[in-house]
Design a protein around this ligand. Structure first.
Ligand code: PRP
Length: 187
């Protein structure tokens, strides 16, 4: 096996958003969030697993007091399309009544995951809930949702990197790219 065979970038057909572009956009969103929440102390909730690079970069650029918590949900298994079945694998560590909650996602695709999460969390009586996603794949949307902070509109392609996976892999790519079809067609 050669170095080229094991290199992650070998599986990428096209880079959509490179590291510098992502960093610039994340800093812009962080500034907007810091301004919007300047009189509040938001609870920033990362939706695992895909959120981890974004939430790490984002909260370090938000220059106001905030708290961080995580939820883990499952919607896809290891396939490439949404099952519509959402399960909570890990819930919040705290109550959110009266809190200003900001959900952080890597991607909103069909919107089924977010629809479930918003319905579930709204029953807990937060003061507000808003959503921040790095990628918004509007063409795939089946749910009507309001997403307040969007990094980039995403084409309807199979994208990986910066937290986004295919079968658990490619989350550690520092950029976002389109997976070569051969990669998922052969598995
Ligand atoms: C991804 C992503 C969202 C969801 C979006 O998570 O992080 O939570 O899918 O898809 P939807 O809008 O069609 O519901 P996934 O279930 O793949 O888990 P992961 O974050 O662990 O990769």
């Amino acid at each position: 096996m050669t170095d080229r065979d094991v290199s992650l970038s070998h599986a990428i057909r096209e880079v959509l958003f490179d590291q510098a572009t992502i960093a610039t956009r994340v800093a812009e969103i962080a500034s907007a969030i810091a301004y919007d929440y300047r009189k509040r102390r938001p609870l920033v909730v990362g939706i695992l697993n895909g959120c981890f690079p974004l939430i790490a970069d984002l909260v370090r650029s938000i220059d106001i007091p905030l708290e961080v918590d995580f939820m883990a949900v499952s919607s896809y298994g290891s396939g490439t399309s949404s099952s519509g079945v959402v399960r909570i694998l890990k819930d919040l560590n705290q109550a959110i009544d009266g809190r200003d909650v900001l959900l952080v996602e890597d991607i909103v695709d069909t919107g089924l995951t977010l629809r479930y999460l918003l319905d579930n969390l709204n029953t807990r009586r937060p003061a507000s809930i808003e959503v921040c996603t790095l990628l918004d794949k509007q063409e795939a949307r089946t749910e009507r949702l309001e997403v307040r902070y969007v990094g980039f509109r995403c084409p309807n392609e199979f994208v990986v990197g910066y937290g986004l996976d295919y079968a658990g892999l490619y989350r550690n790519l520092p950029y976002i790219g389109v997976l070569r079809p051969e990669v998922y067609q052969k598995s």
